[in-house]
Design a binder for this molecule. Structure first.
Ligand code: PLP
Length: 377
């Protein structure tokens, strides 16, 4: 059989986690918390299980959850969103992004992706016979590569553009000016956008997250994707939501109904109840993770690594000095320092290796302290 994705094997995320487990290393590789979600959220899940929330939820999502989301978006981003027509609950943001791409991209259609990039974007385009057009953000600052984007727009007929803000793995965030520049250079073209904002509630220091939902110019041609996995510490529940105007939501739902159809019901019930009873939980996430970022960085700066700026997300990048390629370097670190990280070559389609690795600091303080101690020695 000829594979449609012959160049793709097991992801480095799975390989590094397996290696970490094999060597009892601290796993700062994969992006998930090593602590539990709030007990109240878990209790609502159990309440749902006991009270008949065990069958298919409606295809676009459990309505009370969509209503809670709409309330949050109004409060947080000052955007009126119709919960019936403009919010779709998905099995994680990864599925939302895949389904949107499948719904929009025909063979030969081009999608602009900024690299380093979340690893699902490229393969999702390729499996739909689309063509990813990659534009690299330059290290170590990872500013938005406007010249590269302009060139790509000049040389290619771009149908879709994927923007991730706050950005995994660099932790960079978008300003209002950035959106304005993007609008200025794309307004005369017929381009659709996916704004991947799964880390919207994790932005640090003097910054606040600016969502694409706050920029009226982008509304009519954009999907904006969020994830409860990140905000409720429940990556394993795989519950996320995508916001888009009715016409675009309808296109997403056409795919969603024949692939996933419906997302786990007790998880949606629990998320709705929790949002209702704890509307502030999400608002407090930035200070929760800022403390973890600062704690981890305070140790990391004493090691041989040079940490880079982290404005948002729960990742921090660090430069290393060794001559090894970055995956070999990460393997060596597991064996010798008992700490696992992700080589950022994993975020480039051509395995570009800028000698930078990614640490996830969504871990309890004891784990972060132990990791720092290991890295110091
Ligand atoms: C940028 C980005 N987008 C999407 C996702 C996937 O989110 P979910 O777990 O909801 O599928 C992740 C998870 O790591 C991510 O980092």
């Amino acid at each position: 059989m000829k594979s449609k994705l012959s160049h793709i094997g097991q992801s480095v995320f799975a390989r590094m986690t397996a290696l970490a487990n094999e060597h009892q290393a601290i796993n700062l590789a994969q992006g998930f918390p090593n602590f539990n979600p709030p007990l109240e959220l878990i209790e609502y899940f159990y309440e749902g299980l006991k009270n008949g929330m065990n069958q298919y939820a409606p295809m676009p999502g459990y309505l009370p959850l969509r209503q809670q989301i709409s309330k949050r978006l109004l409060h947080r981003y000052n955007k009126i969103i119709d919960p019936e027509k403009e919010i779709t609950i998905t099995t994680g943001a990864t599925q939302a992004i895949y389904s949107i791409i499948s719904a929009l991209i025909s063979p030969g259609d081009k999608t602009l992706i900024l690299e380093p990039a979340y690893d699902s974007y490229g393969p999702s385009v390729l499996v739909n016979s689309g063509i990813p057009i990659y534009v690299r953000m330059d290290e170590p600052l990872f500013d938005i590569p406007w010249e590269g984007i302009k060139n790509a727009l000049k040389n290619h007929d771009i149908k879709l553009m994927i923007i991730n803000n706050p950005h995994n793995p660099t932790g960079r965030i978008w300003t209002k000016n950035d959106y304005q520049t993007l609008y200025d250079i794309t307004k005369d073209k017929d381009i659709l956008f996916i704004f991947d904002e799964v880390y919207d509630a994790m932005v640090y220091d003097e910054h606040t997250h600016i969502s694409a939902l706050e920029i009226p110019e982008f509304w009519s041609n954009s999907y904006v994707c969020f994830s409860f996995g990140k905000t409720f510490h429940t990556t394993g529940w795989k519950i996320a939501y995508t916001v888009a105007p009715e016409m675009l939501s309808t296109e997403l739902r056409k795919l969603h109904q024949f692939t996933v159809f419906s997302v786990n019901t007790p998880g949606q019930y629990a998320s709705a109840k929790f949002m209702e009873s704890n509307p502030n939980f999400i608002n407090e996430l930035s200070s929760f993770y800022e403390q973890k970022r600062n704690y981890f960085l305070s140790g990391l700066v004493k090691t041989k690594f040079k940490p880079l700026k982290c404005e948002g997300s729960y990742f921090v990048l660090a430069q290393h000095q060794e001559c090894l390629d970055d995956e070999d370097f990460c393997k060596k670190m597991v064996l010798e320092k008992k700490v696992a990280a992700i080589p950022i070559s994993a975020f480039y389609h051509d395995s570009y290796d800028p000698k930078i690795i990614r640490f996830c600091f969504a871990k309890n303080d004891e784990t972060l302290a132990q990791a720092n101690e290991n890295l110091l020695n």
